[in-house]
Design a binder for this molecule. Structure first.
Ligand SMILES: Cc1cc2nc3c(=O)[nH]c(=O)nc-3n(C[C@H](O)[C@H](O)[C@H](O)COP(=O)(O)O)c2cc1C
Length: 247
């Protein structure tokens, strides 16, 4: 049978588009097409710079910058004291990033290139960068360039990558909530792409940190709607046909 498609548009208009990419082209693509942009930020200043960059690109492209959300990844560890939280961070980091695992994961930036084929103590295999062309290219190139500049072997590059870089969101529930608020209020982000790899830590975050964020009025106490788009505060995109009054 031939005829018009008799399927209704979803309640959120169209799926929410998440994008990530750090090159100029990646940022331009995000500014033009994304509803939400994943990124990483090592400091408030770095977060602010990315935030301002993609929001102003979006504005230049005629989009409302408020309708593009910037969500950096955040690794969170909650403890009874700030020192204990740092201890938990160290413990889990070493547990979760053994050399064997780190070597496997190292390939991710390079389009899941198999690094186990190389001699660990030979110079870093620069040819692996070819496999990253349609993957996390900006990250992969940074790793490969650094390995060349520092004369790293593959082992040294993996060791360097798996070093603990103490996170910004580690401490008591009060410390973590205050840090999250600080980044949000400094317009370094619109929200967080939270990484919590351990169930006990997830419980601590939801039971101890979230209520403090709610008290501060920067986290919801009830859902705004029934869709992901509504929860993110994103409008339903308007299409030509809708504006003409047709469905
Ligand atoms: C912080 C960050 C998170 C990413 N997350 C994902 C992801 O979840 N899934 C995915 O397929 N690619 C992910 N990517 C890869 C990007 O979508 C993109 O392919 C890659 O970064 C290459 O673009 P670039 O050179 O502009 O960075 C991520 C990239 C970054 C920088």
């Amino acid at each position: 049978m031939v005829g018009p498609l008799n399927i209704q548009r979803s309640p959120q208009g169209q799926p929410v588009i998440f994008q990530a990419g750090d090159s100029q082209q990646g940022r331009e693509l995000g500014a033009a097409t994304a509803d939400v942009i994943f990124t990483h930020a090592a400091s408030i200043a770095q977060g602010q710079a990315f935030y301002q960059d993609v929001k102003s690109r979006a504005e230049r492209l005629g989009r409302n910058p408020e309708q593009i959300l910037v969500l950096p990844g955040a690794e969170i560890y909650v403890g009874d004291t700030d020192e204990q939280a740092r201890e938990i961070e160290r413990l889990y980091h070493h547990q979760d990033h053994s050399f064997e695992l780190a070597l496997k994961e190292f390939g991710r930036n390079f389009g899941w290139h198999d690094f186990s084929q190389y001699d660990l103590d030979a110079p870093f295999p620069q040819q692996s960068l070819e496999s990253a062309r349609s993957s996390f290219f900006t990250n992969a190139k940074r790793i490969a360039d650094q390995a060349r500049e520092k004369g790293f072997s593959l082992r040294q590059a993996v060791e360097f990558g798996r070093q603990l870089r103490p996170g910004a969101f580690v401490g008591t529930a009060q410390t973590v909530a205050a840090k999250m608020a600080e980044w949000f209020e400094a317009r370094a982000l619109d929200g967080f792409n939270i990484y919590i790899g351990h169930p006990g830590q997830f419980r601590r975050f939801t039971q101890e940190v979230v209520p403090l964020l709610q008290e501060r009025g920067i986290y919801r106490s009830a859902y705004e709607g029934t869709t992901l788009r509504a929860s993110l505060g994103l409008e339903i995109p308007r299409f030509g046909a809708l504006e003409d009054g047709c469905l």
